[in-house]
Design a protein around this ligand. Structure first.
Ligand code: 5GP
Length: 347
């Protein structure tokens, strides 16, 4: 007989953050830079803990150059060649401390990160990235990466439940990627019925990771700056964004012009578009679990970055948090039936 979890699990749109009395006079007083030390690598990083996702539309070298100027992070997509990385590392050494090199679990991808790490050991993170982080094989792979790179900060996922967070941390992961199915161009939930409401996943997984001294990334599902604030309030150490950073000059994807309006193509890592571009098509044994959309062209990502940082400072001010680190202890979520007024469309 299947088990049913009866308690309500929540997503970003199910809650608001309750305002509270504050001593902060101005948003300028809020510090978004956060210093974090990782349990296995023992490295310390000071950044604004927001990642551009390792998708073609966001995880580019151009994005890394733009975001690292503001202290944000980029998970670089895995389709650059070793030569591309060599050139990037040579020309932009100041960005290496703000990027992650990403790879799946194949031998060739492992060889590739090993090569890249030889000439760019300053790269901040190695991401072991799979759609489903629940396999035994994946745990073994993470152990192998940890054994090969004892002093590097390792990110691994995605998962959405505490027992798997603990298993990944014990296998050598410093930061666990949390999110099964919340993404803007993800279709896992409709294709498989599998998923976990993202806000509850963050609360439960942060608790498990922090108990072991490890960290989490809230990966996917943020549709507005308020959602990012809720993710940090729920205990996320980092937030990863795809859709919110799509459509910009610095991201990949073709620009389309129609009736005087410009759009950019944005697609999931497991969409048929991505599989056609990178693997020559969709293999017969697997299903497509991502979609392709056209997003309005948004210009320079700098404008969006300022909007995000301004909104986060404001969120901290509303609850009296002087820094992002203080946000969880100042956060009380209130469950609500209607979080935003959409009478004139989405705000
Ligand atoms: P977003 O910020 O767009 O809501 O979510 C971005 C996240 O969605 C990514 O970092 C990644 O974890 C996830 N994602 C990206 N592409 C796909 C896909 O094709 N399928 C699934 N299931 N998840 C995806």
């Amino acid at each position: 007989m299947p088990t049913i979890i009866d308690g309500v699990k929540l997503d970003y749109q199910d809650v608001l953050i309750r305002p509270r009395r504050s001593k902060i006079k101005s948003r300028m007083e809020v510090d978004l830079f956060t210093e974090i030390t990782f349990p296995h690598s023992k490295r310390t990083l000071k950044s604004i803990p927001i990642f551009a996702s390792n998708m073609d539309g966001t995880g580019t070298f151009e994005m890394a150059k733009a975001l690292s100027k503001h202290g944000l992070l980029t998970a670089i997509h895995k389709y650059y060649t070793i030569e591309d990385w060599r050139n990037f590392a040579r020309d932009n050494p100041e960005c290496l401390g703000n990027v992650s090199v990403c790879a799946g679990t194949s031998d060739s991808e492992f060889q590739k990160i090993s090569e890249i790490m030889k000439f760019a050991p300053e790269i901040a993170f190695i991401t072991c990235d799979v759609a489903n982080g629940y396999s035994e094989h994946f745990l073994e792979y993470v152990k192998k990466v940890r054994a090969t790179f004892p002093n590097h900060t390792i990110i691994a996922g995605d998962v959405a439940t505490p027992e798997m967070v603990e298993a990944l941390v014990n296998a050598g992961t410093d930061i666990v990627n949390i999110g099964i199915g919340p993404g803007s161009v993800c279709t896992t939930r409709t294709k498989t019925g599998v998923g976990y409401p993202q806000l509850s996943a963050i609360i439960e997984c942060a608790d498990a990771a922090h108990g072991l001294g490890a960290k989490i990334i809230a990966d996917g599902g943020c549709t507005c700056v308020g959602d990012i604030a809720k993710a940090f309030g729920a205990g996320a150490d980092f937030v990863m964004l795809g859709g919110m950073l799509s459509g910009h000059d610095q991201g990949g994807g073709d620009t389309i012009e129609r009736n005087g309006e410009r759009f950019k193509l944005f697609y999931g890592l497991c969409s048929s578009t991505a599989m056609k571009i990178h693997s020559g098509g969709v293999a017969e044994y697997r299903s497509v679990e991502g979609k392709t959309v056209e997003v309005p062209y948004k210009g320079d990502v700098k404008v969006t970055v300022f909007d995000i940082l301004g909104g986060l400072r404001s969120a901290c001010t509303y609850v009296g948090a002087e820094s992002l680190r203080e946000l969880p202890s100042r956060t009380t979520f209130v469950r609500c039936a209607r979080a935003v007024n959409t009478v004139f469309g989405p705000s």
